[in-house]
Design a protein around this ligand. Structure first.
Ligand code: HOZ
Length: 427
């Protein structure tokens, strides 16, 4: 038995599935999850001492790689001054000011402890602001695990959703309309039928939880226009895309100004931190200014704020995101070329520092298309890459992430490993 296997067997006795977040259990790809002992730069080491090039990056936060010395020092210094006060600190203002400066749609922000908390709070705020209950989300987009958001499409083209988890009340799910991603006509129809009841539209402006699906520009533009016409709040869930696809996030990249935005991952630099913010008139409804309640003992935690500030200050240098995007593009181009050499049906695409890999003839644009990709081929690819020392997300339905410290040698080694794996897959 390997040390990873030993730890997994032990973990399953006291932790459901042996993990603290389901996708980590490798259920989608099969096999034993790797238990990590250390990360440095673009690399991680598992409990058996094996080293991997890491393209998960803690699912997005680690845009500077593992254990960036400046981020670690900032956290250490904050920790030495006190772990938590449950009272305001100056650093929270600095982070709020920086967010407002970097993302033009933000007039005000509230710091929370996770992306789930941020989206859950933004939905409540949109409902409180509009006095309406219904929300629109898109099939395949994930916005954390709050009840209103764990909802999948019901039957029929335009129906209210069904819970996608046991424990979510059907009555709550019924308030959520689930539409196809990248389908502006479906959105227009939904507003035509239900416009007066719709509090908000929430969207991942680049979907990253059904593998990576890039948005059609007219889809984003339609939702901005329809929300304006019907008095609904447009929420961009930038937990994944925030500060990753550009310094101004996806809203900067696509030139759309949402009413509210949610952040997580990079904003906390690897520590638990989320944020939601937006228009002043809407944020003015948040307690204690207004009647929409939201609170948290660890909100604005000093260590998380220190890590977030150190990360954002380091990535706001000119050219940072261009270099990250170029590197990510080089990776996906190299992988596509390797697959072509070996005659494997495969596509890949990048948006800024995030990427998607698809065992399909071309990159999908909807959830239905994502579902037609060859999942078995992905699973074989995943395990073969793992054997070659490349750690990809353990699911065909997750995006990948490149950091600023992935070097040319890492990219070349990854592409060479993939070429060998594609050769095997083609046999
Ligand atoms: N929310 C992540 C998947 N898109 C998983 C996070 C984790 O397992 O850490």
């Amino acid at each position: 038995m390997t040390r990873n296997e030993e730890l997994f067997a032990r973990a399953q006795k006291t932790i459901p599935g042996g993990v603290n977040s389901p996708v980590r259990a490798f259920r989608s790809v099969g096999g034993t999850p790797r238990f990590f002992t250390r990360g440095e730069g673009a690399h991680v080491w598992d409990a058996d001492g094996r080293k991997y090039i890491d393209y998960v990056g803690s699912w997005g936060p680690l845009i500077l790689g593992h254990a960036d010395p400046d981020v670690v020092a900032a956290v250490q210094q904050a920790a030495a001054r006190g772990l938590s006060f449950g009272a305001p600190t100056e650093a929270e203002i600095e982070l709020a000011e920086l967010l407002v400066e970097l993302v033009p749609s933000l007039d005000m922000v509230r710091l929370v402890s996770s992306g789930t908390e941020a989206t859950m709070s933004a939905i409540r705020l949109a409902r409180g602001f509009t006095g309406r209950d219904k929300i629109i989300k898109f099939e395949g987009c994930y916005h954390g695990h709050a009840d209103s958001l764990l909802v999948k499409a019901g039957s029929g083209a335009l129906t209210f959703g069904n819970p996608s988890s046991d424990g979510v009340p059907a009555d709550v799910a019924r308030e959520t309309l689930v539409l196809d991603y990248n389908a502006p006509h479906a959105l227009a129809r939904a507003f035509h039928e239900h416009g007066r009841d719709i509090a908000c539209v929430i969207v991942e402006p680049v979907a990253g939880n059904m593998n990576l699906v890039a948005p059609r520009q007219d889809f984003l533009e339609a939702m901005r226009k329809l929300c304006d016409q019907h008095g609904a709040v447009l929420i961009f869930d930038e937990v994944m895309t925030g500060f990753r696809v550009g310094l101004g996030s996806a809203q900067g990249l696509y030139g759309i100004k949402p009413d509210l935005s949610t952040f997580g991952k990079i904003v906390g630099g690897g520590m638990p931190l989320g944020a939601f913010g937006g228009r002043r008139d809407i944020m003015g409804k948040v307690a204690p200014l207004g009647p929409v309640y939201q609170a948290g003992t660890l909100s604005g935690n000093p260590l998380s704020v220190a890590a977030g500030l150190a990360t954002l200050r380091k990535i706001r240098v000119p050219g940072f995101h261009e270099a990250l995007a170029a590197k990510t593009r080089a990776l996906v181009d190299g992988l596509q070329q390797a697959a072509r050499h070996r005659g494997v049906t495969f596509a890949a695409q990048a948006v800024g520092g995030m990427f998607g890999l698809y065992f399909a003839p071309q990159a999908p644009t909807t959830y239905a298309e994502v579902m037609t990709a060859d999942k078995e081929a992905f699973n074989r690819f995943f395990h073969a890459m793992l054997d070659q020392g490349v750690y990809l997300a353990p699911s065909a339905f997750e995006a990948g992430f490149v950091s600023a410290v992935h070097g040319d040698a890492d990219l070349a080694a990854t592409i060479a490993a993939a070429e060998a794996v594609f050769a095997d897959l083609a046999k």
